[in-house]
Design a protein around this ligand. Structure first.
Ligand SMILES: Cc1cc2nc3c(=O)[nH]c(=O)nc-3n(C[C@H](O)[C@H](O)[C@H](O)COP(=O)(O)OP(=O)(O)OC[C@H]3O[C@@H](n4cnc5c(N)ncnc54)[C@H](O)[C@@H]3O)c2cc1C
Length: 494
């Protein structure tokens, strides 16, 4: 009998497995898919491996800490890249603004492109975003899941925290109050989408995401983002965990309010004293547990996305594509009205493009390079999949916008795509949402499922749909938090 079964070999599952195995527990990781990585994954397209999930790595320190648990380090496992420039933002009025990994360079770029007032506002905004991060991160990111009660117990110190994390104002309102340039307002509001939220409704606390990428750094990974998944799997195995792919869990067995193990699709029983669910929290709690065992607070799902891999003729010299390009639409906030108010794919989406050779040093096909294209989209309706026609229209709009902007040519081809319906199918319980619940209210952080499941002893959650939320580094921290809760419950030093 294993001490722990982990359901899913996504980032959170691998991180939890590493931490638990390194503490001497016997750990089996059961992954339904053919490869580790979950949403952080790859496909082989026309014989070439391409990334199909994340393209920016932030907070690499979270990964470093995890690798160190298993006796290596970030430096030993992966090489970070600092593409130069990192991002190019293209606006409908023809403005092109370059953003760099180093904040001083970005401030100078803002000064050259948008003027001194914009550069001063931008630098001031970065200071404000840094203050939010410093105040919020220990409680909402690195600590255990917060509750209004734990914050209240913090007394005066917690009260003093409130104005610093700016939770009662909206993100968009706070940006407009601090930054006069409409171009910068759009750039900064876009960070709400880094956890799949709506900048018009998200609390201003989320402005700290701008600090995380613009000041702390958003990196590429040599050889592709999937090197992170490979390295996490190596760390888990080095610590002693056993990873089984093609092993879909169909049921979590419980008795008298305590987990007993899981059952896989092939009928095999895996007895275990504890289970860590890395699959979406909705799948773990609603589909895998016996009905009525645990209650899940219904939460608004974060955004989904249409993604495609374009096989494009490589450009070189002054024509070379930059690592990340963001092509804004005519009116940025209309996209969020479509997605969150009307629940439909955006009529005119912002299009994100990652040139994987420039960003990650991947190599494409002969004369062609792989471009990862993405447009935000609503999660699937609770009632079931949307009409496929909606995604056909979105795909055509994306390709048309890329062509009109000169980013791809008529002869470049769409070599692979995944719609939100495909994402929902691949990640059960997610409805295609990328980051779990949306952070569209000041109380959203308190509604995220904590890492310890109430009412089922021995059951824990480690994923982007649990505390502290989605994105690669936060999922690593989710795995850490679940492992800490489990070790504490077993009376072990976490
Ligand atoms: C298109 C896209 C772009 C993104 N861009 C970025 C980015 O630039 N930067 C960033 O930091 N993050 C980004 N993200 C988010 C990031 O990839 C995710 O937050 C993170 O990878 C999710 O990890 P997780 O721990 O929640 O596990 P998941 O990735 O959700 O993996 C869960 C695993 O559980 C398995 N599973 C599910 N059910 C079962 C079952 N019953 N039995 C066994 N196994 C099961 C699944 O197969 C899967 O492997 C992006 C995601 C996507 C999809």
């Amino acid at each position: 009998m294993a001490d722990v079964v982990v359901i899913g070999a996504g980032v959170g599952g691998l991180a939890a497995a590493t931490r638990l195995a390194a503490r001497g527990l016997s750990v089996d990781v059961l992954e339904a898919g053919p490869r580790v990585g979950g949403k952080l994954n790859v496909r082989v397209v026309d014989g070439v491996e391409v990334d199909t999930g994340p393209s920016v790595l932030t907070l690499p320190g979270a990964l470093d800490a995890m690798f160190r648990v298993a006796g290596s380090s970030l430096q030993d496992e992966i090489s970070l890249r600092e593409p130069h420039p990192a991002f190019r933002y293209l606006y409908p009025d023809g403005v092109a603004l370059d953003v760099f990994v180093r904040p001083e360079e970005t401030v100078e770029s803002v000064r050259t492109t948008l003027g001194t007032q914009a550069a001063d506002d931008f630098a001031g905004f970065l200071r404000y975003a840094a203050r939010i991060w410093e105040a919020a991160a220990p409680h909402f990111v690195y600590g255990p899941a917060p509750t209004p009660a734990t914050l209240a117990r913090g007394g005066l110190a917690a009260l003093a925290l409130l104005p610093r994390i700016d939770p009662l104002r909206g993100m968009w309102g706070a940006i407009r109050a601090r930054v006069r340039s409409p171009h910068l307002r759009w750039l900064l509001a876009r960070y709400a989408t880094y956890n799949g939220s709506d900048p018009r409704r998200a609390p201003a606390t989320l402005n700290c995401i701008a600090h995380v990428e613009l000041a702390m750094g958003g990196y590429g990974v040599e050889g592709g983002m999937y090197q992170v998944a490979r390295a996490l799997a190596r760390a888990a195995e080095r610590a002693g965990a056993r990873i089984h792919t093609g092993a879909r869990v169909e049921r979590i067995r419980t008795s008298a309010g305590r987990v007993q193990g899981v059952e896989t699709a092939d009928g095999r029983h895996w007895p275990a004293a504890a289970v860590v669910g890395n699959a979406d929290a909705a799948h773990v709690l609603d589909d895998l547990l016996p009905r009525g065992t645990a209650r899940r607070a219904g939460a608004e799902p974060s955004m989904s996305g249409w993604v495609g891999i374009v096989r494009a003729r490589r450009r070189t010299g002054a024509e070379a594509r930059v690592a990340h390009t963001v092509l804004f639409p005519g009116a940025y906030t209309d996209e969020f009205a479509d997605i969150f108010d009307r629940g439909v794919p955006p009529a005119e989406p912002t299009v994100y493009l990652c040139a994987q050779e420039a960003c990650h040093g991947r190599s494409g096909w002969g004369e062609d390079e792989p471009l990862f294209a993405m447009a935000n989209a609503p999660a699937e309706p609770a009632a079931g999949p949307r009409d496929a026609e909606a995604w056909t229209r979105l795909r055509e709009t994306v390709i048309q916008r890329l062509r009109s902007a000169g980013l791809v040519a008529e002869h470049d081809t769409l070599a692979w795509e995944r719609t939100p319906t495909g994402l929902a199918r691949e990640f059960p319980g997610s409805r295609g949402s990328i980051y779990g619940a949306a952070s569209n209210s000041p109380l959203a952080a308190f509604r995220r499922p904590p890492n310890r499941v109430a009412g089922v002893r021995g059951l824990y959650l480690a994923s982007g749909s649990a505390h502290p939320g989605g994105g690669v580094p936060l999922c690593v921290l989710s795995g850490e938090a679940a492992a800490r809760a489990l070790l504490t419950d077993r009376g072990m030093e976490p």
